[in-house]
Unconditional design. Structure first.
Length: 221
């Protein structure tokens, strides 16, 4: 008989989930937990369709890092608008448990305080902060790279690639969780980051492929 999934989750994290009404997990979430999300410190790349629950995997790792290891978390997103959205979402959910901040300004604030538990920002902003804030990453234990497939983007991927290279080379104790809905070279990225791949094709809404020929719409076979 398979081990109860909640037995693999720290009790304090499990209580938070149950208080939010989360009593069961989607396939990718369960795969991530069983792959060692809480039992080892391996990097993970979570590759599943949109809406399949990747963000909760990040939240689980986030809660464990902040509450149980007393380490800060950096959450990288590709766009300022997404940073603001995640900030509102996480602040509403977790402000009673830890300090959530967002940094999306164009100019680096030299007076920026490390008084945060979770910091949400773009890769460009993080790159700037690392260059201008000595010791900024000293207390960081987890980096979450949302939309990690953008590492292949011709215009913005280079900055994310450089950041992940810095974490890998200079801060090997910082854990990396990458999230992506579409990534063609997941195995290659996992090999580069020495990460476990969590892959699943389950989606909350069935995907249909249709072909429009003239006025006729038919299902693609």
């Amino acid at each position: 008989m398979s081990e109860n999934i909640f037995d693999l989750i720290p009790k304090n994290v499990g209580r938070i989930l149950k208080a939010q009404g989360i009593l069961e997990f989607r396939p990718s979430q369960e795969k991530s937990i069983r792959a060692g999300l809480f039992s080892n410190f391996n990097n993970q790349i979570v590759c599943t369709p949109t809406g399949s629950g990747k963000t909760l995997v990040a939240e689980l790792a986030m809660l464990d890092s902040i509450l149980n290891y007393k380490k800060k978390v950096v959450y990288i997103v590709p766009l300022k608008a997404l940073a603001s959205e995640k900030f509102r979402e996480f602040k509403e959910t977790y402000s009673d448990l830890f300090i959530v901040k967002v940094s999306v300004g164009d100019a680096t604030d030299e007076r920026f305080s490390n008084d945060f538990d979770l910091l949400i920002l773009t890769s460009e902003k993080l790159d700037s902060m690392i260059r201008h804030s000595r010791g900024f990453l000293d207390d960081v234990g987890l980096v979450i790279a949302d939309e990690v497939h953008l590492i292949n983007d011709e215009t913005r991927g280079a900055t994310l690639e450089v950041l992940l290279s810095i974490f890998k080379a200079k801060y090997p104790k910082i854990r990396i969780i990458g999230l992506s809905a579409t990534i063609g070279n997941a195995e290659e990225i996992c090999s580069w980051l020495d990460a476990d791949l969590v892959f699943d094709e389950w989606r909350p809404v069935e995907l249909h492929h249709l072909v429009l020929a003239g006025d006729e719409l038919s299902r693609y076979k």
